[in-house]
Design a protein around this ligand. Structure first.
Ligand code: PEP
Length: 251
């Protein structure tokens, strides 16, 4: 299974910045002449169409950072999954901890968004992860187990990203042993929920302070199917440096 390196640009970049970043990633990916991984970038809503046009014909695909659970309606300020697809996105990040914290998104809503995204033809990346307090309290597997069973609908066809909240944007990462433990736990939960074949087929990304210098070690951990990258995805060289750490895994 190819690893997926996904860039979450969050609320960064005006038009010229996003275009330059997309051009840089496109050129770097072409120079690499075929990376061992899949590449995805998730710009702010307003940049999706322009970035998708720049990346058309390249191996880099485009996603959104959220979508509404409804197809359309009186939802001022929201964006539907079909609108993302119409703008050129094929993926969407859902249930990111910043959405869960800043917008009060709960598992049930995330699950409805996953269903809406899937119905619109988008591949969802569903984020799960414990807070620092929960990790210190030894509750990380319990919390992540609940998030997985609450956020993933029946027949889920997408990607799960394990992102410990305390590792996001802090420069801190779990040890490789802790990443291995959590990813093995998530794999078990996915197999329990979706059966052996489908549960094994779901990629599980690691996210939280991934950079070129630690990507190789994190991506080599068993059950790590790629990385969700925030800060380091805002520089083409760093993003591509992380992609160079990807490894080809057997299915
Ligand atoms: C993220 O927000 O998904 C993330 C992983 O951020 P960072 O890489 O900056 O820790």
């Amino acid at each position: 299974m190819r690893q997926l390196i996904a860039g979450n640009w969050k609320m960064h970049g005006l038009g010229a910045d996003s275009a330059a970043l997309a051009e840089g990633i496109k050129a770097g990916a072409a120079r690499a002449g075929g990376l061992a991984c899949d590449l995805l970038v998730c710009p702010p809503f307003t940049q999706i169409a322009a970035v998708a046009r720049i990346l058309a014909g390249s191996p880099v695909v485009v996603g959104g950072q959220d979508c509404h659970a409804q197809g359309q309606g009186a939802h001022t300020g929201d964006i539907s999954a079909a609108m993302l697809a119409d703008a050129g996105a094929t993926w969407v990040i859902l249930g990111h901890s910043e959405r869960r914290q800043n917008h009060g998104e709960i598992d049930e809503l995330v699950r409805e968004k996953v269903e809406a995204a899937t119905a619109a033809g988008l591949t969802p990346i569903v984020c799960v992860g414990e807070t620092e307090e929960q990790r210190v309290g030894g509750q990380e597997t319990e919390v992540v187990g609940w998030q997985i069973s609450g956020s993933l609908p029946k027949g889920f066809k997408g990607v799960v990203a394990y992102e410990p909240v305390w590792a996001i944007g802090t420069g801190r990462t779990p040890t490789e042993a802790d990443v291995a433990t959590m990813h093995a736990f998530i794999r078990e939960e996915l197999v329990r929920q979706f059966g052996e074949e489908d549960g094994q087929a779901i990629r599980i990304l690691y996210g939280g302070s991934v950079k070129p210098s630690n990507a190789g070690a994190l991506l080599a951990v068993p059950n790590v199917g790629g990385a969700l990258v925030g800060g380091a995805s805002l520089k083409a060289e760093d993003f591509l440096g992380i992609a160079r750490g990807a490894i080809a895994r057997r299915p």
